[in-house]
Design a protein around this ligand. Structure first.
Ligand code: COA
Length: 403
């Protein structure tokens, strides 16, 4: 059924677009100045029935760390269809047009439900780990030496200091989204209504001996008393510490807060080093789920803009039902100093769908994982193992925020 149109949003549609998304997600959408400034109408698509907006999707302009590089990635969000128009193909129309039009070679998103985006060629490229740490069971390692110094920043100070730390973290791990100054302001907003009964956000930083900030944590506390005594809770919203000492000292501090029984952290990587800092790692209660979904929108450009763990020379036969230019055979060659990816008529070594390529792109999902279910087919013996090693990466990808 096509009783609706899809068009680019207009500059004055910030509020109605927010309302449609809020209604679909079941939250009250509130307009504010920062949100208005961050609105990118030219990168927002709306589906309309007459004058009424019935569906939305946005592509935010942001960068993302990928193996060995930081590249532009369309950050897709604000996806919602009014409940009275569901299951009539509105999302399919919005997604199809968005993926064909975004200038970036990759698009990423967090999915409300994992069943939605595979059909549009997205693959789950990073797992997120949610930790619930019971401090009575998980003792921190008995490490009392705490080099450097801890301090607390105001929001204004943080806006100046933290962006450099996040950029360093992007160099270390794939999956981390960059933030413009405006986006940092939004990120550090701390409206009392959004605190969920917790304290105001604390901006904790670690400085090295020279006084340079080399790690930070954003956290909140919640007072809780039970019949046996204090059982406060600490919620770590973000911890970014590209320096190993800063990482250790920040976590030691947060795991030893007075009166506290529990620490929560929602954005751990699957290989989060915190596991090595506690004496009983198995007692870190973990829930693992998909975090970042990734869609390759331009195969040769996307494959050329990341690095590979080992040299590789492989012909990939890719299928893509939405973007015709991605379908066909591509030779990927990486020799440690340069990467090339071009169309070829040579026979394929491996066949795979665009969604599998997206899942493997950040180096967190081995290509070989998809062979037993037939989602990757090896035509030339040995190429699957070699390509799996090349697409892999020493650090697992992690996404540090739901956008
Ligand atoms: C999810 C949502 C955007 C889907 O919009 P829609 O216009 O109904 O989607 P479409 O009609 O284009 O559906 C396309 C296909 O996806 C499937 N699909 C849609 N939503 C789905 C869901 N939540 N779970 C599983 N499958 C879903 C449809 O069944 C359809 O499959 P088919 O082609 O095999 O028939 C809409 O229902 C919505 O706004 N939900 C609440 C908000 C939300 O979850 N937004 C996503 C934020 S990441």
């Amino acid at each position: 059924m096509t009783d609706f149109d899809v068009r680019v949003a207009q500059a004055d549609e910030y509020e109605p677009v927010g309302r449609v998304f809020g209604e679909a997600m079941m939250f009250e959408s509130t307009a504010d100045d920062l949100g208005r400034q961050l609105f990118e109408p030219e990168r927002t698509l709306v589906a309309t029935d007459g004058a009424e907006i019935i569906g939305t999707t946005k592509a935010l302009t942001r960068d993302l760390s990928v193996p060995g590089a930081v590249v532009d990635a369309a950050h897709v969000t604000g996806v919602g269809v009014r409940a009275t128009y569901r299951r009539r193909g509105v999302l399919s129309q919005l997604m199809g047009r968005q993926l064909r039009e975004v200038p970036e070679a990759i698009a990423v998103l967090w999915a409300s439900e994992p069943a939605i985006y595979g059909r549009f060629g997205y693959g789950a490229a990073a797992w997120g780990t949610n930790y619930e740490i019971d401090l009575r069971r998980v003792g921190p390692t008995n490490d009392r030496i705490r080099p450097g110094a801890l301090g607390v920043l105001t929001v204004d100070e943080a806006l100046k200091e933290l962006p450099t730390v996040l950029r360093r973290a992007q160099e270390q791990r794939p999956g981390v989204s960059g933030r413009s100054d405006l986006r940092w302001q939004k990120h550090l907003e701390d409206k009392p209504d959004d605190r969920g009964g917790r304290t105001a956000r604390q901006i904790l930083v670690h400085r090295d001996e020279a006084g340079t900030i080399n790690g930070y944590a954003l956290w909140r506390g919640k007072m809780n008393w039970v019949p046996t005594g204090p059982a406060n809770e600490v919620l770590v919203e973000e911890l970014v510490a590209p320096d190993a000492t800063a990482y250790r000292v920040l976590w030691q501090h947060l795991l030893t807060m007075d009166l506290t029984a529990k620490v929560g952290y929602g954005y751990a990587a699957v290989d989060e080093p915190l596991q090595q800092l506690v004496s009983t790692p198995t007692a870190l209660e973990r829930r693992v789920g998909e975090s970042l979904w990734l869609r390759v929108t331009d195969v040769p450009r996307a494959l050329q803009q990341r690095q590979y763990a080992v040299p590789v020379d492989v012909v990939l036969d890719v299928t893509d039902d939405l973007i015709e230019a991605n379908t066909g055979r591509f030779r990927l060659t990486a020799d440690g100093s340069s990467v090339r990816c071009e169309r070829t008529d040579d026979p394929a070594d491996l066949s795979l769908s665009i969604a599998v390529l997206g899942a493997a792109y950040l180096g967190g999902r081995p290509l070989a994982e998809f062979a037993p279910t037939g989602r990757v087919t090896e035509h030339t013996p040995g190429t699957l193992a070699r390509a799996t090693a090349a697409f892999g990466w020493p650090t697992a990808p992690v996404s540090l925020e739901v956008f």
